[in-house]
Design a binder for this molecule. Structure first.
Ligand SMILES: Cc1ncc(COP(=O)(O)O)c(C=O)c1O
Length: 395
């Protein structure tokens, strides 16, 4: 059997054609494909605005900047995520406060977040970053009402969940990143994600003023808008109107732009996003049924409506043994994630083993199985069979 990774991109001839067409056009960076991709993505998730950026990490950083995070600001997130979800707070000098997961959902436990908020004077915390880990959407309606009580903002890290959703209390489907509850949501287009553009990211929001801030910060903090200039017209040449070359850098921004050919690839991939999710859901159901009665399974991803299945996780005994055995069979599973609070960088702030028993227990047992739309039925059967064989031989 050829090597089976835990995730991989699916590049079609159509994708290649879209990129080549853009390469032949007049634009390499910020051209018409950026706006097209932004509009199509906003439509896909149901938000008012979308801003394409260089990658998911840049999206998080821009959100933190747009929300004005500064030295000492405390922000709550989950330890079971990719470090970037927390790092964006550190980039701005803020303080990351981790809080444990719910062992059933693997998501930030809202009750623990509530306890944290209740145990400190109002104003101590500035925001919450719930992560739709593995593709399972957070109940953002619940997070929003908690956030409103404490005057907090929410950044939804939806890197794992484009196309995912949850049902609110009125039983209405709420797509991840639709901006109805979170102030800002972010996505990544890294090759293992649902939509791949090489590197790439997107921020969605319904807040017009944040949207304009993000556009500026994405390009060095520069704006081109006669109505918003603060310098006198004399600096621009003393004319009646500002000349075409005039612009102002009013804030400290970055170059976090996406290129036009990446946007073309993202756009082409987006047109197949729904198909991809259906495939992922089918694969998830196969895993779930294969393992639901297995004695070696301590927990696994659930079959729930709206799950986008970026990952399919099982929790097992002897996870290291299974991981190595699968590698010997050319199956490259992965571990998501080593808890962030146990990264040496975060330990320097006092976080330590034992702080988050559910996250740490989850980490000891979790393993992400191959999950991508082009995973073939015989490949999945082979993965399931090898996992069963490992435990039959072991016990
Ligand atoms: C949950 C989460 N947040 C943020 C990121 C960062 O995205 P990127 O790799 O595009 O910078 C990732 C990507 O791995 C992720 O999985």
């Amino acid at each position: 059997m050829k090597a089976i990774p835990y995730g991989r991109q699916n590049i079609t001839e159509e994708d290649i054609k879209a990129v080549v067409e853009t390469l032949r056009s007049n634009y390499l960076t910020q051209g018409p494909k950026i706006a097209e991709f932004e509009e199509a993505f906003a439509n896909y998730v149901g938000s008012k605005f979308a801003v394409a950026v260089a990658n998911g990490t840049a999206s998080l950083h821009l959100c933190a900047l747009a929300l004005g995070i500064k030295k000492g600001d405390k922000v709550i997130t989950t330890p079971i995520t990719f470090a970037a979800s927390a790092n964006c707070i550190r980039y701005c000098g803020g303080e990351v406060v981790f809080s444990d997961i719910n062992p059933q959902t693997y998501l930030l436990d809202i009750n623990k977040v509530r306890s944290l908020l209740e145990s400190a004077p109002k104003g101590t915390y500035k925001g919450i970053i719930p992560v739709d880990f593995a593709g399972r959407a957070n109940d953002l309606e619940a997070f929003r009402s908690l956030a409103d009580e404490y005057d907090l903002w929410i950044i939804e890290d939806s890197c794992h969940s484009p196309g995912g959703s949850f049902k609110n209390s009125k039983n209405t489907t709420q797509s991840c990143g639709n901006g109805n509850y979170a102030d800002l949501a972010i996505f990544s287009f890294h090759p293992v994600k649902h939509i791949a553009s090489g590197e790439g990211g997107m921020i969605t929001t319904n807040d017009e003023s944040l949207y304009h801030k993000l556009l500026q910060l994405r390009t060095h903090g520069i704006l081109k808008d006669n109505d918003l200039y603060t310098n006198s017209i004399e600096l621009a040449g003393g004319l009646e109107v500002y000349p075409g070359w005039y612009m102002e850098m009013q804030n400290l921004g970055y170059n976090y732009r996406l290129t036009d050919f990446q946007a073309a690839l993202g756009l082409s991939q987006l047109s197949r996003a729904n198909e991809g999710i259906e495939e992922r859901r089918y694969i998830a159901a196969n895993y779930f049924n294969a393992f639901k009665d297995a004695s070696f399974i301590k927990g696994q991803s659930k079959i729930i409506e709206g799950h986008a299945y970026h990952l399919y996780v099982i929790e097992v005994e002897d996870r290291l043994g299974l991981y190595n055995y699968l590698r010997s069979k050319n199956i490259f599973s992965q571990i998501h994630y080593i808890p962030c609070h146990l990264m040496p960088y975060y330990k320097q702030f006092g976080w330590k083993e034992g702080d988050f028993p559910y996250a740490e227990n989850y980490y000891k047992h979790c393993i992400s199985l191959p999950m991508y739309p082009t995973l073939k039925a015989e490949e999945q059967a082979y993965v399931i069979n090898e996992i069963n064989t490992f435990y039959i031989e072991k016990y």
